[in-house]
Design a protein around this ligand. Structure first.
Ligand SMILES: [Zn+2]
Length: 425
């Protein structure tokens, strides 16, 4: 509907009518362009634009064109406003648009907050109340202490650990064994896939709302899964369950530390410690054998005989002495293989045989070994070794100069034997 202000002359009325006359088939949406009208009324109307601006406006008759926010009838002073109103499905006037955007922003924030908190609650339930220290053995507590000291990030976040590649004790076999024991005892929970319930909520975060990704675009990106995890407030990984009694992780660490130092051990704890120390040392010795095999270019077969020999070395000699013993025998094997044509089934067992012979001879003669050899670079002092040396092995900061028997004796020197029944498991 065209409205006229003040008194307009007949010719002005005609010009105003033609100015607002609409034509949906025309590109501009109007029947005449401004220059066409200026040409038509030349000499009769001095300034068409001023006339339109001062003496007319346009308003829609239908209520559907009213502002959906304040309900007021919409008035257009320019052709562009008319076109905007026609274009929009639900029109909001310029006065209301800011208020509308602000409310939408708040609603979206609220929606996201509700989703985040729903996810947080599910996560809390998953991790809640499963940790009971009383079920843990001494070595399990030791492992948990190391694990949290090395890999803990923040409450409710997974540990910064790559379960396929981490080192706590220096024996990957023991590391994996103890991690899975801690999982079995509900101390740790390993979540490999995002639970369906959380995935559903995360989808709402990612695919719904004004800033949502369209599913089509999302699926199209090659890095979908990676992006999904970035947007996801829930990460897969290994989590620490919460304590039955609640409490912070730092107080948990303190309790574990006290238990570690108090050394109230059951018979099984004594055995666990022995097995652990021996397996760390055996792992070190196998690393040394691998290095020697490369360095001296001799084949070495992993056999029961070799394993028993290494176990004997571990118990009887410090690691650096073992390294010298094995290396000096490997030198002899290399020289022998160079001189004679030896069949492979013999050559790969020669290191074990020569070392065995040499140890027997040394025993007969009552020799003691004072030579040592620097360890290969890939043998590092593990977190466990470092902590045990620091706390229980006076004068040592690693185990290299000690036999396994000495490490075990030193570690358990001030232990108090307690009844196995005090442990529920
Ligand atoms: Zn409005």
């Amino acid at each position: 509907m065209i409205c006229y202000c003040d008194s307009v002359s007949e010719i002005e009325c005609e010009a105003i009518n033609l100015y607002w006359e609409m034509d949906d088939s025309a590109n501009s949406g109007f029947s005449f362009t401004v220059s066409e009208l200026q040409a038509k009324f030349k000499g009769q109307i001095s300034n068409l634009n001023t006339l339109i601006k001062k003496k007319s406006f346009f308003t829609f008759d239908s209520t559907s064109s009213a502002c959906s926010w304040c309900g007021k009838r919409t008035i257009a002073y320019k052709r562009k406003d008319v076109l905007d109103i026609k274009k929009s499905d639900v029109y909001v006037c310029k006065t209301c648009i800011h208020e509308k955007q602000e409310r939408e922003r708040l609603e979206e924030e609220q929606r996201k907050r509700a989703l985040f908190s729903a996810i947080k609650n599910i996560k809390k339930q998953m991790l809640f109340g499963k940790l009971s220290l009383s079920t843990l053995s001494y070595v399990e507590k030791f492992y948990l202490f190391l694990l949290l000291s090395e890999y803990y990030e923040a409450d409710g976040e997974p540990l910064k650990i790559d379960v396929d590649n981490f080192c706590l004790a220096g024996s990957s076999e023991s590391d994996h064994q103890y991690i899975s024991q801690l999982v079995q005892k509900n101390v740790l929970i390993s979540i490999k896939e995002i639970p369906d319930e959380i995935r559903m909520l995360t989808d709402k975060l990612v695919f719904e709302g004004p800033n949502a990704f369209s599913r089509h675009d999302w699926m199209g990106t090659a890095r979908r899964s990676e992006n999904y995890f970035i947007s996801n407030p829930f990460k897969v990984g290994v989590y620490l369950c919460q304590c039955e009694k609640g409490g912070s992780t730092s107080s948990l660490l303190q309790t574990l530390y006290t238990d570690i130092c108090e050394m109230n051990l059951t018979r099984r704890d004594f055995e666990d410690i022995s097995i652990l120390v021996e397996s760390v040392r055996l792992g070190n010795l196998y690393d040394i054998v691998d290095w020697i095999s490369d360095d001296c270019r001799i084949p070495v077969e992993k056999s029961i005989k070799l394993e028993n020999l290494l176990k004997h070395l571990a118990k009887s000699y410090p690691l650096r002495v073992c390294c010298w013993l094995l290396y000096s025998q490997a030198d002899k094997v290399a020289a022998h293989l160079h001189k004679t044509n030896t069949p492979s089934y013999v050559s790969k067992r020669l290191l074990a045989k020569k070392t065995d012979d040499y140890l027997t001879l040394a025993k007969e003669k009552g020799w003691e070994f004072s030579y040592t050899k620097k360890l290969p670079d890939d043998i590092e002092t593990s977190a466990l070794e470092s902590l045990v040396a620091d706390h229980f092995l006076e004068g040592h900061f690693n185990w290299q100069m000690l036999t396994t028997s000495e490490v075990i004796a030193g570690w358990t020197k001030n232990a108090k034997l307690v009844d196995d029944k005090t442990l529920t498991n």
